[in-house]
Design a protein around this ligand. Structure first.
Ligand code: FAD
Ligand code: SF4
Length: 337
């Protein structure tokens, strides 16, 4: 498979990159590590005329903590996140998720956290070579009018399989998007559309600049299921955050349960999360009920398009959430002062 022709531009700084994005708009794509983008281009799924590389933008590669927030530059390599003591300590779910992305040799030295959040949604009917796709009618995402993953669907339900985004949503992260004449910060949970063709609520001349995670007195954990522990994308994953009550140290004050690889975006499951408020940190029955509720809720979004059977993936939601909750609760008990 060969790459289609494109112009390669390498701005020296953020302003230069935003200028170029503003000029080329829909004709351009940002190139970070390229581990998602170049694969899609080789498969003929995308043919941008211009690639704007972030290679020289060291200013977008950092991890720091200030005024109660961890800030991560969008071009920060996944490897740096895995190696960061701050992330391991204060945003453990993100550490666990990044540790599992792809494989060390393929991902960690190229893939970035920005590219991980903005990797395209996937579907095994669509993420195939041009030759393979030429054998049947195009689906919605390929410019046609049908969906192979859900027969009656009037839109694309391709799946977000980003490990990083699932963990970050559990950690209640925000992201900052920059454009030539300004920037905006949004909750990651509000950043998604309801269409797998264009899954992100961002404009073509916007650039993801920074990820912001609030530092909380809370414990987080991440679990994922994939065919193989290396290389493969998750077929189900879950990130959770448990906040202890200030007054009743063994009680849960707030919880966030997010399930990934089951829908067009990571799914924040509000009802299941809320059901844990006031429960004891060792109440495994409550964890089981919340995990089963997560399964029921997440199952309504999933379609058969990322391998394995839908029934198995749905059943495993409960397992992933339960394990993550137990792990976060154990960490909270251990950290109790
Ligand atoms: C074999 C293989 C296994 C993989 N396994 C996993 C896995 O287990 N889990 C997982 O989550 N991912 C996986 N991936 C997907 C991908 O490698 C990672 O998500 C990686 O972190 C993407 O980062 P990147 O910098 O290479 O992104 P790129 O490919 O450079 O970019 C991805 C997309 O984001 C856009 N983009 C990137 N940065 C910005 C920015 N700052 N502003 C605006 N747009 C931007 C690009 O234009 C492109 O559309 C896998 C990929 C491969 C090839
Ligand atoms: S979910 Fe349907 S429309 Fe979307 S990529 Fe898959 S087959 Fe195509």
């Amino acid at each position: 498979m060969r790459l289609p022709r494109f112009d390669y531009l390498e701005p020296e700084n953020l302003k230069g990159a935003l200028d170029l994005l503003s000029t080329h708009r829909d004709d351009a794509k940002i190139l970070a590590g390229g581990t998602d983008l170049l694969v899609r281009m080789k498969k003929g799924l995308l043919k941008p005329k211009v690639l704007i590389s972030l290679k020289a933008l060291n200013e977008l590669s950092y991890i720091n903590e200030k005024n109660g927030y961890i800030k991560i530059g969008a071009r920060t390599p996944i490897a740096d996140i895995v190696a960061s003591g701050l992330i391991k300590e204060e945003a453990h779910a993100l550490f666990q998720a990044c540790e599992k992305i792809g494989a060390v040799t393929i991902q960690h030295y190229r893939g970035t956290i920005g590219g991980n959040i903005l990797q395209d949604n996937r579907c095994h009917h669509y993420n195939q070579s041009e030759f393979h796709r030429s054998g049947h009618q195009p689906c919605h995402k390929d410019g046609g009018k049908i969906c192979y993953a859900r027969e009656e669907a009037d839109r694309c339900n391709s799946t977000c399989q980003s490990d990083g985004a699932t963990a970050l949503m559990a950690l209640d992260a925000k992201i900052t998007l920059s454009k030539i004449n300004g920037e905006r910060t949004v909750d990651l949970a509000d950043f998604y559309t309801t269409d797998g063709i264009m899954p992100f609520a961002m404009e073509s001349h916007e650039l993801l600049k920074e990820i912001i995670i609030p530092v909380q007195i809370a414990e987080s954990a991440y679990q994922r299921l994939a065919y193989r522990s290396a290389i493969d994308y998750p077929i189900v994953c879950a990130g959770v955050l448990l906040k202890r009550s200030d007054t009743q140290k063994n009680e849960i004050d707030d919880a966030r349960i997010v399930v990934g690889a089951m829908g067009r975006s990571p799914l924040f499951l509000a009802q299941a999360s809320f059901s844990l408020k006031g429960k004891k940190l060792n109440d495994t029955n409550a964890f089981k009920k919340a995990a089963d509720a997560s399964m029921d809720n997440a199952s309504t979004f999933a379609v058969h398009n990322v391998g394995s059977t839908l029934e198995y993936r749905c059943a495993m939601v409960s397992q992933m959430v339960f394990q993550a909750l137990k792990e976060a609760a154990q960490a909270a008990v251990a950290a109790k002062g």
